[in-house]
Design a protein around this ligand. Structure first.
Ligand code: URA
Length: 282
């Protein structure tokens, strides 16, 4: 198939075709500076089809988004409905947020129960998170780990670059945990945790902390950190005199655990994937 540049009609229906005059838009309402020069990918897929397949909306609503100039391909606004793109190699954004365009890419949220390893295999035959997402077939990477006894949100994907960035300390992705700890807690616990606690491998500070419920000896707290060190939440809370009884991760960056049942997984929405990309500068 030949490579075809977009040949859009220029000028208004009345047909001056020039760029002078009070109204420089053409009859598609496109400003002269906005004309895209995207080259159709030979054998590519129509842009509105790619958007609809990614779950952005119906084919019709995707066409409207394209017409409204909300869709970018490789950094260029494309307003043609017929533009042919390669969803595997081109970066497509809607309203500035990247969409998971390639149908081969999988993005999952899993609620890991206690007593499951955060690995994709175990030579001692213990239960791993791979057993919980086996239906998905693809080779997935898990983003970071949770302790054997820790429950809650683990993201899995076969998008290697995204997984790598989400786990990399450089991007400082925030993780939120609910912890049941031994109480009672003193009023200054939040200040101590956010100003930094000395652990064997250096000082760690929480980004946020709050007490959610305090009933006798058991206290429910929420702690948010961007650190990914081993057992970090358990060690910080133990160090301040509050050993953890139960620990659940409820959020990773922009993705929440929500009401996902322990042991179940769900596909992330297009918006969640877009927000994940944005959180690590992709
Ligand atoms: N901090 C912990 O102590 N354990 C986890 O699993 C995650 C963070």
């Amino acid at each position: 198939m030949p490579i075809r540049r977009d040949r859009r009609r220029s000028g208004t229906a009345g047909g001056s075709g020039g760029s002078s005059g009070a109204d420089d838009t053409d009859d598609w309402g496109i400003e002269p500076g906005e004309r895209d020069s995207l080259i159709d990918v030979p054998g590519g897929v129509r842009l509105q089809k790619v958007l609809a397949a990614a779950g952005v909306g119906s084919r019709r609503s995707c066409e409207e988004m394209i017409g409204a100039g909300r869709v970018e391909v490789d950094g260029e606004i494309v307003r043609r409905f017929g533009a042919r793109v390669d969803p595997k190699t081109q970066v497509i954004r809607v309203d500035g947020k990247r969409i998971p365009a390639s149908e081969d890419l999988v993005y999952l949220a899993l609620n890991k129960p206690a007593g499951v390893l955060s690995t994709m295999s175990d030579d001692r035959g213990r239960r791993t998170i791979a057993d919980l997402v086996a239906d998905h077939g693809e080779r997935l990477f898990h983003v970071g780990r949770l302790d054997y006894e820790t429950e809650g949100l683990i993201l899995l994907t076969n998008d290697g670059e995204l997984a790598h960035r989400l786990a990399h300390p450089r991007y400082g992705v925030l993780k939120t945990y609910l912890a049941e700890v031994r109480g009672p807690v003193q009023k200054d616990l939040g200040r101590r945790l956010t100003s930094g606690v000395e652990l064997d491998d250096g000082i760690v500070a929480a980004d946020r902390f709050r007490v959610l419920d305090q009933a006798g000896q058991r206290v429910l707290v929420e702690i948010t950190l961007h650190e990914g060190r081993k057992h970090v939440v358990r060690r910080m809370l133990a160090q301040t005199g509050h050993p953890v009884i139960r620990l659940v991760r409820t959020r990773v960056g922009p993705v929440s655990l929500g009401s996902l049942r322990p042991g179940s997984s769900r596909r992330l929405s297009v918006a969640e994937v877009g927000n994940l990309y944005a959180s690590v500068g992709m």
